[in-house]
Design a protein around this ligand. Structure first.
Ligand code: HEM
Length: 227
């Protein structure tokens, strides 16, 4: 445990992840946050350039991006950047995202309690089962989007069957991503107050950590389980 609030001078370097710093728990280093927001930036650029190509209903997004012709040119490039950023995020976070038996057990009555805000599992580590699932889903869906996107980008190089399957799968993949991101943003902001600072300032309050990630809280602070 490292508690720089307890009198010792804080380090000159950026606070280390999984330490106590100025009375808060450091959840995400600056590097983690830059990676996360780079993924998010390219995700939304890919979304805003892709939706107008998908349907004229979203032509207003195309106007924001400079017109449909700009979107058609830009979309594959920002989508590739999104994929690269996702891979960087995967290399950075995958060690923390391994599914354990306890995580699998979380997808039952505990998940219902969590969604109803009626109870929290005190044995949740740094990430709960749902966060880990979202992480792996984001990786797999990004791979699916890339593979089907390449077929659409170089469509004349592929047969009609593969082209049609890719159109369908690309649409299904981005709709699933859209739904997952809406849930992710809701849970990271309005639904769970105190979570957003994890990705803005990198820190969370002790009360937040104790409530949502009890096992991680105890590991970082060294405090014994409260009974
Ligand atoms: C405006 C949009 C977004 C907001 C407000 C947001 C917010 C957050 C917050 C607050 C966390 C930290 C949660 C924690 O430490 O417990 C987080 C984690 C994460 N974010 Fe985002 N995020 C956004 C967009 C995205 C996008 C576009 C992706 C991927 C395509 C993404 C992928 C992740 C992943 C994989 C994690 C770690 C697992 C998790 O906490 O769910 N985020 N995000």
């Amino acid at each position: 445990m490292t508690d720089f609030a307890a009198g010792a001078a804080p380090p000159r370097t950026a606070p280390q992840e999984n330490t106590v710093w100025n009375g808060k728990l450091v959840r995400h280093s600056a590097a983690s946050r830059v990676i996360h927001w780079t993924v998010a930036l390219f995700f939304f650029l890919a979304l805003f350039t892709g939706m107008p190509i998908w349907s004229p209903i979203f032509s207003w997004m195309g106007n924001l991006m400079g017109g449909l012709h700009v979107c058609r040119w830009l979309h594959p490039w920002v989508a590739c950047a999104f994929f690269v950023a996702t891979i960087v995020m995967w290399t950075h976070w995958h060690a923390d995202m391994k599914m354990t038996e306890a995580d699998r057990g979380w997808f039952g009555p505990k998940l219902i309690e969590y969604l109803k805000f009626s109870g929290e599992d005190p044995n949740v580590g740094k990430y709960n089962g749902g966060q880990k699932l979202f992480f792996w889903f984001a990786l797999l869906d990004a791979i699916l989007l890339l593979l089907t996107g390449i077929v659409l980008w170089f469509s004349t190089s592929f047969g009609a069957g593969l082209r049609e399957a890719s159109i369908l799968l690309h649409d299904v993949a981005f709709i699933l991503f859209g739904v997952a991101i809406v849930a992710h943003i809701y849970l990271g902001t309005a639904a769970e107050p105190g979570t957003f600072t994890a990705m803005s300032r990198g820190t969370v309050s002790k009360a937040w950590a104790r409530l949502h990630h009890g096992k991680w809280y105890r590991e970082v602070t060294g405090e014994e389980k409260r009974r």
